[in-house]
Design a protein around this ligand. Structure first.
Ligand SMILES: [Zn+2]
Length: 235
């Protein structure tokens, strides 16, 4: 990702992202990309591609230390990109309505994730903070972490991931509002290119009450800051 990409990403709604999701209904946008994407190659083809990249790096894929590397890399890819085979909407399908009238904000702070940037295929490592204002239904808290995981385990840009998480939560759970803040470091910026370790990109998406009501938004951001300052977290 270039520096100008990054600067644009700071606006709350990146036009490219908004354009991308506009023509498709949310349920289709949330469907696994593998269902509609190009045919998946054989494992042996993927391993051969890794051998090619090793040669491209300047080494010999037939030397002893590298013999098993293509198989390992391909297995790693199965883990890094496992999110394509999961429909995010399914994760939120089970909800609870017996909440004794609980109608305050629910915030899950500091959900760590590992993703890969779609421009360089190197890690993006960060934390997601998710809040929503329930409308009678709540979802199990582990599901919020799972939702982040499913979108993280794909090729991503942080701006798109922020929108995907927020919109899926809004569309499936239909709460009164959703807030998502993501802060992450991009290894394409820290280990190559402009080499700027320590810089983090922060993106956010506010929907419903979080967009319309400044006090709701403030309350959420205050709770996110509380977590960041070592507030009531049990980890
Ligand atoms: Zn990148």
């Amino acid at each position: 990702m270039t520096t100008s990409d990054r600067a644009r990403g700071k606006s709350r709604r990146a036009p490219a992202v908004a354009r991308e999701r506009a023509p498709r209904p949310a349920t289709r946008a949330a469907a696994p990309a593998a269902a509609t994407g190009p045919a998946r190659p054989e494992r042996s083809e993927a391993e051969e591609a890794v051998r090619t990249l090793i040669r491209w790096a300047g080494d010999d894929p037939d030397r002893e230390g590298l013999l098993d590397t293509p198989a390992r890399v391909v297995r790693s890819y199965e883990e890094f990109f496992s999110g394509y085979s999961i429909d995010p909407a399914d994760i939120l399908a089970r909800t609870f309505s017996e909440v004794e009238g609980y109608d305050e904000m629910i915030v899950m702070n500091g959900i760590r994730f590992e993703s890969h940037c779609e421009h360089h295929m190197v890690p993006i490592i960060g934390k997601a903070h998710i809040g929503y204002l329930p409308d009678r239904r709540v979802v199990g808290i582990s599901k919020l972490a799972r939702l982040v995981e499913v979108y993280a385990k794909r090729l991503q840009i942080q701006e798109k991931m922020t929108v995907q998480i927020a919109d899926t939560l809004q569309n499936v759970l239909q709460p009164k509002g959703v807030a998502v803040v993501i802060e992450a470091t991009h290894q394409c910026m820290t280990t190559r290119g402009v080499h700027k370790p320590g810089s983090a990109l922060v993106t956010s998406r506010m929907l419903g009450a979080f967009r319309d009501d400044p006090s709701t938004r403030r309350e959420f951001l205050g709770m996110v800051a509380l977590g960041a300052n070592g507030g009531p977290r049990h980890r």
